[in-house]
Design a protein around this ligand. Sequence first.
Ligand SMILES: Cc1cc2nc3c(=O)[nH]c(=O)nc-3n(C[C@H](O)[C@H](O)[C@H](O)COP(=O)(O)OP(=O)(O)OC[C@H]3O[C@@H](n4cnc5c(N)ncnc54)[C@H](O)[C@@H]3O)c2cc1C
Length: 418
Amino acid sequence: MRPGSDFDVAVAGGGVVGGTLAALLGGFGLGVALIEAGEPPLGPTDPEDARVLALTRASERVLRAIGAWHTIESEPIGCFREMRVWDEGGSGAIHFDSAEIGEPTLGYIVPARLIEAAVCAVHRHLPAVTAFRPARLETIAWGRERVDLRLADGRGFSARLVVGADGAASRVRALAGIEERVRDYHQSAVCCTAVSEKPHGEVARQRFLETGPLAFLPLADPQRSAIVWSTQSEAAQLLLQESDHDFRKRLTAAFDSALGAIVETGPRTAFPLVRGYASRYTGERVALVGDAAHRIHPLAGQGANLGVMDAATLAEVLQDAHRAGSDLGELRVLRRYERWRKGENTAMMLVMDLFKEVFGTGLAPVRLLRNLGLSATDAAIPLTRWIMRRAAGLEGDLPRLALETARVQGRRSDRGGW
Ligand SMILES: Cc1cc2nc3c(=O)[nH]c(=O)nc-3n(C[C@H](O)[C@H](O)[C@H](O)COP(=O)(O)OP(=O)(O)OC[C@H]3O[C@@H](n4cnc5c(N)ncnc54)[C@H](O)[C@@H]3O)c2cc1C
């Protein structure tokens, strides 16, 4: 390998998912080129970006493993010990409590820019990671043993494998000729912060309205929550245009005053909601992770978590291949990653769609059924526990880095070392 011009792996996209993957691979000693179009994040107080992500315990473990979590937890971040989900019209409700599964918390609410800044700081201490930032990937030429990449500023280098972590409009996916199947929900999510009269008590709350779910996610300040309000695109535009006073009144009513009156709100932004999935995650010398491979409805806050699991799984597969002396870009190696993640991601996407369909209709029989279903779920404790462990990322076919310590011991010997 010629340092500075040839790499083992090129990762296009340095968001939460691509950044995590680069840190994992660099930590294993693989030569990584990270190409990111944006400027380095300023940190948690970046005024440009107020997005927050609900992170599962599994994502926490992966971020801890790369050395980013201590930076994240040194800032004031929200955590949720309970989840309450209920519905506008009926009596059905679900309540999840971390104590029921013996865990201190179900997850965390963290500004996306804080995660990106913490991961970026990890890269600076990894000599194996070379960051091209800001730089845009322009073209890829596929050779038999390597891919040649060219950036928009004219720089070029080669790698044995290129990974598309470049989000919804992935250039890597397009250049590799991988089709994305898209379904427009014709909805947008209006996001902002809100201060409520009553404290949130570290409970994540979601109320299903006829028009879509409205979530209040608890931030570090006991009275401040991050709001994700999914509704029809035209209605979302109206919510953006309303005066602060009218918006707060509407928000208080839509949330059924569950936290009393909303007394303050921050700037509002709307994100269009689209479901997308790549027809395949891999090809010769190419793999897709995160939103480049799949986009799901944000109603359960799982998108970035699935992407972090993609990154940890692909890193595990590549580390095993490297140790075995295999070619990292070989389709045979990459298919193991695709088989592992595609099923998990598709299942989550289908569950989100089912939720959206069932809750998105005003038909009385469906409403009755969903309420029965919700209440039945609450009553069926073992099933509730299973859902809770799954949503918190404590259940499922997880990569080694995302497993609990006790289970890692078993998996290490099961899979022949780490
Ligand atoms: C309203 C809303 C709320 C959400 N809430 C949650 C939540 O609570 N929890 C959760 O897990 N998920 C949530 N998600 C989903 C989550 O935001 C995404 O799944 C996640 O951010 C995807 O990360 P990524 O790194 O794959 O892509 P991105 O974050 O899109 O990053 C892609 C990166 O690639 C770069 N890039 C693009 N093209 C190029 C190029 N040609 N060259 C170089 N760089 C390039 C971009 O600059 C960008 O930094 C939510 C989504 C929405 C819309």
